[in-house]
Write a protein that binds this ligand. Sequence first.
Ligand code: 5AD
Ligand code: SF4
Length: 477
Amino acid sequence: MPNPMPNPETPTAPAAEPGAKKLFIKTYGCQMNVYDSERMAEAMGAKGYVLTDRAEDADMVLLNTCHIREKASEKLYSDLGRLRPLKLERPDLKIGVAGCVAQAEGAEIQRRMPLVDIVVGPQAYHRLPAMAEAKGPQVDTDFPPEDKFDHLPQRKSYRGPTAFLTVQEGCDKFCAFCVVPYTRGAEVSRPAARLMREARDLVARGVREITLLGQNVNGYHGEGETGTWSLGRLIRQLADIDGLDRIRYTTSHPNDMDDDLIAAHGEVPQLMPYLHLPVQSGSDRILKAMNRKHTRDQYFRLIDRIRAVRPDILMTSDFIVGFPGETDQDFADTMDLIRRVGYGAAFSFKYSARPGTPAAEKPPVEAAVADVRLQELQALILDQQRAAQAAMVGREISVLYEKPGRLPGQMVGKSEHLMAVHVEDPAGGVGDLVRARVTAAAANSLAAVPVGVSAAEQGIGAARGIVFRPAPIRRDL
Ligand code: 5AD
Ligand code: SF4
């Protein structure tokens, strides 16, 4: 397949031993899938597979899919169509479909696309190596009693300063539009001791920033030595690990932001001043119809409390426009909420009816209306994003270098606020945490120069002084 959309976050290929089997993985969707792809690559690595970034060279192609919106699901079938000539040429090429489409559609995928050898759901990844060796079509969409993490190999191959760590999977919230509770199942939290061990292990291998992942990550309630640990507790314990400089978490539900987690934002310097807290809509009527179980006022109050303990926090969100029954007034309420909160960035989507979800039964908003709303919303968010980026110019920030830049002597990393930063630093290396002064800002990146002292010497949370304000209101909206 002419690598249709190379995913920069899919694990990259180490040099292959001659004769080693090659695995090509394409990852669609969320960070959870990026993490799962890494783990599947490791599981297959234990069987002698090495990664390749060219499907044409692969002995096995794995598509790790996303089912959240119709467009994401349909991408699988167009990519499978593109793989057909390769499979005809080399019938022994194994083709596997993993992830949420695999979970939702199961054997139906093979009926529609007989070239698929393996269908494996997100809870059964540890069985993938055995499935790859078996003959004939394989399907496993069980929610097995054993924990897949117990059966996946240690993350030996990890190199790089940042890592994801899945702490929780599944969701019990049942928002009326969302397939996650069906594809990923009920909320399950991983035991705290295991996570601590895995985090220490990552740090020992050079990781300085860990992003805790979960579909409903702040609903984390893992078994700890002393009773159940909340996410706040887990974060405080992780902050004690020497060498772990940055902690983030995603994705959260407003109703699970408990007092301790909010307090942690003010007290734990390693917890970065960035919070993705999806609200989806700013209309009470639509929030109710979405089964979000909170009002816009409750959301505003929550944000006030978070900003009271960490004024420099950058908020981001997800929005859905054109949810069934959304009127012009409902949409105006969403725009008003955005103006009042002031976001650093947001993902926004046109509502997509998903089979099996309660909202899919309701008459849709006209597509053209939803299109216009989406454009308006995105224009406002872009204004706010630009304003947040521009507010950084002249400030000192900390940057964790992730890779060399395109220009000689340049390093690229992320700021505390998860902004991409290009730093002129010929002496810099991947994994350095440096302090830098921002010299220019574009919508998606900052330019900066080092200020000569390491962030560790100066303390983390360099941009503490900043307060993000809502962007100026555009007159043409
Ligand atoms: N239609 C559109 N967007 C959706 N999302 C989830 N389900 C749907 C859907 N049916 C969006 C939500 C969620 C993000 C991951 O995807 O905004 O927060
Ligand atoms: Fe889906 Fe998130 Fe709602 Fe859970 S909380 S049902 S994952 S949108």
